[in-house]
Write a protein that binds this ligand. Sequence first.
Ligand code: SAM
Length: 476
Amino acid sequence: MIKRGQIIELDIEDLAFGGKGIARINTENGAYVLFVQNTFPGQRVRAQIKKKRKKHAECSLIKVLKRSPQEELSSYQEISGAPYIHVPPKIQEEQKQKVTLEVYRRLAGLQNIDELFDEFIPSPEHYHYRNKMEYSFSCIEHDLETDEDIDDAFALGFKHRGTWWKVESLNKASGLFDEKWEVFLKEFRLFLEKTGLPAWHPPRKEGFFRHIVVRKSFYEDKLLINLVTSSQGISDFNLQKVADFLKEKMGDRIAGFQHTINDNVADRAKIENGDCTLAFGKDHVTEELNGLLFEISMESFFQTNPKSAERLYNKALDYVFEGNRSLEGKVVMDLFCGTGTIGQLLTQRTEDTKIIGVDIVEDAIKDAKRNAERNNIDGVEFYAADVGKFLKAYPDYAGKIDTIVLDPPRAGIAPKTLLKVIQLGAERIVYISCNPSTQARDIKTLEEYGYQTKKVSLVDQFPHTSHIEAIALFEK
Ligand SMILES: C[S@@+](CC[C@H](N)C(=O)[O-])C[C@H]1O[C@@H](n2cnc3c(N)ncnc32)[C@H](O)[C@@H]1O
């Protein structure tokens, strides 16, 4: 019988939601199922047993030993964040649709999901679609050619799958982000290495270079660069020299270059936070969505695939207005509104509608207010608050809200908050989710309290990953 920690070779036969490949083995107690994250049917893989249950085990992928016959080797460097880079996009999309609809059937109890399913909306671009990328430095490098670790290295790229300390240097474009920048990254790494200052040592929590965060505006075709370092050895660091090198090599593609000193060693600390100096340019970029302009600073949330986000928002608004409804004189709530994009886009389709946006992040609300002003939008009010607390503090909204747009984070809506949302008694709810499994759980509750699921669409915001965005329409 298999044991936890054991390393095993498996043939992946099928796919489950969340990028979990399914393998089966025979044991003395009968057939046994093993799920291996980030794998694809047809692959032979080496995996490690992480969690063992009576009838199944969860494994982590160590290495793909044989590619699936459905894969076509792409010229991009495979990174842990894009396990399906070699699977043709059309096949990725078919698989995503199949496994996601199964989640609604199984977890939400929607046996008629095939009838409710409206459409699968692919990403307009399958490559170079991301508008933000975070690269890590480490002096422990995982060498992709030899599959061995190198200490005292100067690696810059992405974490080796399943580790937080080893980095695989990016030597060519990943296919996800700006190609010109990623081709340049190797040259930038060699330049930074020559400063003599060390890359971060994650286990020892010492070193100088920690991360590079890059934001891209497709509208301006510009990049905002944030170099994050510690303060260890800062007196030997010449920021101007780095700025000059960036200017020389990337020219006016760089909107701004900032240097952040972050000495916080907590693993989950937000890496962009810390003392920030703007070396040149500006500290934000501007993106366009459906004709409206949004200023995005380094820290604020913005949909990662803006071209696909336009399709997502259009579909969500189609659901809000479906059946030629008029929202004139009505109140709409945009809960978990981030920088307020949905509420602002909604005003393009209606007049004299009051929109209330709520998000817990104060900076996002500040951005939302500033962007609404810049786009000359009236009738939208934004509040920085926890949605649950906000609804508790304003019980008078109950019975007065016509439509609610919900777009919670991956973890979904806290059960108590969902009940408060239901108590508002809105006629219609449009629920956007980046995690259909938590959405499916919430659908069960919504249906129990009298909301009927009318339609579900899927939007592929994240090609080459297992992630998918869903939009569901509910009516009372
Ligand atoms: C998926 S984003 C939605 C953003 C927005 N709809 C958009 O498209 O830009 C989820 C948002 O929920 C916010 N959030 C997370 N927990 C929250 C809470 N308890 N109350 C209010 N907002 C919360 C996050 O700050 C984040 O902006």
